[in-house]
Design a protein around this ligand. Sequence first.
Ligand code: PNS
Length: 187
Amino acid sequence: MPTRNREGHRRCSLAVFPGSFDPITNGHLDIIGRGLSVFDEVTIAILVNPEKHPLFTVEERVAIIRETFRGEDRVRVDTFSGLLVDYAERVGASVIVRGLRAISDFEFEFQMALMNRRLNPRIETVFMMPAESYSYLSSRLVKEVFQLGGKVRDLVPAVVERRLREKYGSAPPASPPPRARVRGRVR
Ligand code: PNS
């Protein structure tokens, strides 16, 4: 959505897509794709939060996202600390994009959007819905499923699956839980 400034020069619309991205999932990719259909550029902004204990370091998350979007010059990756609206203002973004998967996301996102608006009314939050097939997907579940030997192939970019393997070692094959024995019979 190119806009023009007062002198009539074309101005790029820049949206910031903030988050932890520990790791980035196909649900995030879906939202970024939708963001690109509306805005000229999307900057993926990784929050540096020393209080959290992420699986991937910030540097690893940056590298993963760079590899995922190699050749896509409308997507950038950056890190930030402090207030998100201050970061957005600093990089010249007027929009924050957030994904809404389900109603359960809504309350937290609503609070955050209104607080951000109070902090800086010039920055607008835009919510986008991912494809239904990603509505249950989260970084936390991806890590848990992989660690327990489940497949994450269609849920994350290939680079994430590879990095998960490097972190955890080869995930053990998914095996069914031991079947309960009831009166000597296997159910
Ligand atoms: O992927 P996440 O963990 O849901 O992302 C949350 C994030 C990074 C968007 C949020 O925690 C954030 O914006 N933190 C920056 C600090 C800030 O601005 N806090 C006030 C927002 S109400």
